[in-house]
Design a protein around this ligand. Structure first.
Ligand SMILES: NC(=O)c1ccc[n+]([C@@H]2O[C@H](COP(=O)([O-])OP(=O)(O)OC[C@H]3O[C@@H](n4cnc5c(N)ncnc54)[C@H](O)[C@@H]3O)[C@@H](O)[C@H]2O)c1
Length: 254
């Protein structure tokens, strides 16, 4: 699918990887609706601002996501894709100093990262299905964000790794189901990327994490994620797969 004049929901688009996708896509002529619980962190360049809308959205809430889809339809008239970048990361041992991890802490991470992603996929796809397309043409493209932690989760990442493992697990079955609708479904599993999610760590810790990536020995740049998301949209043979984007890192136990 070409990007120009296509419309995408970008969840988590106010920050980090999602914000980079909004810029990359809008610079390529696409329209984007930033779906995020928070306002965008940075103002957009004037040349792309007209192609971008912000809809305050909680991905875990049905009405909220539907309202964001309605914003896309009103502003741009059609929906062609959803890029799922909304997510939260926590670190908590299963058995910590204060006893077992709280069940609501575990459930919250799974609810935002996995259930929220599913919520957006199902509602966005239902909207995409209303659009007629020629046989063989992409009706829509869905991209989800997993994590290297889905495969090599660290101590303290039971909830996060479970949520991202769920994203990995649902990629193929949804791609298989949506094949009849000509909608592709892909996931990207990033390694360590330099985003506000990482910015909470001290510089020394970020440098150290960066050096753990075999090559290039640095944190990934959000634009590198956005470039892959763009390629997935543009390359029709990519479907039903999870791509690690990680400079060959395999996360250590701690
Ligand atoms: N940065 C990394 O190293 C890294 C690595 C692997 C995976 N990821 C994943 O990439 C995605 C993007 O992360 P990032 O690094 O850009 O983080 P980020 O914190 O910069 O951006 C995440 C965005 O999601 C939004 N969000 C959180 N909960 C939401 C909700 N319920 N509804 C709507 N929006 C919500 C936040 O407001 C924020 O703007 C996340 O799913 C994260 O788990 C990041």
């Amino acid at each position: 699918m070409e990007l120009a004049q296509r419309t995408f929901l970008v969840t988590g688009g106010a920050s980090g990887l999602g914000a980079a996708c909004v810029r990359e896509f809008a610079q390529a002529g696409a329209n984007a609706v930033i779906c995020d619980v928070n306002e965008p962190r940075e103002e957009l360049p004037a040349e792309i601002a007209a192609r971008v809308r912000f809809a305050k959205t909680d991905v875990t809430d049905e009405a909220s996501v539907q309202a964001a889809i309605d914003v896309a339809m009103r502003a741009f008239g059609a929906l062609h894709g959803a890029i799922n970048c909304a997510g939260i990361a926590t670190a908590e041992r299963v058995i910590g100093r204060d006893g077992p991890q709280r069940l609501d802490h575990f459930a919250k991470v799974v609810t935002v990262n996995l259930v929220g992603t599913f919520n957006v996929i199902r509602l966005a796809a239902a909207q995409m299905l209303k659009r007629d397309v020629a046989s063989g043409e992409d009706r829509g493209v869905v991209i989800c964000t997993a994590s290297a932690a889905a495969f090599d989760g660290q101590i303290g990442q039971a909830a996060y790794a479970a949520s991202k493992g769920g994203v990995v697990g649902m990629t193929l079955p949804i791609a298989r189901e949506f094949a009849q609708h000509q909608i592709r479904v892909m996931s990207i599993a990033p390694g360590l990327f330099d985003t506000p999610m990482m910015a909470g760590l001290p510089q020394a810790a970020r440098d150290s994490l960066g050096r753990q990536t075999p090559f290039p020995a640095r944190l990934g740049r959000p634009q590198e994620y956005a470039a892959l998301a763009r390629h997935i949209v543009e390359n029709q043979m990519l479907n039903g797969e999870v791509i690690r984007l990680d400079g060959a890192i395999r996360l250590a136990p701690r």
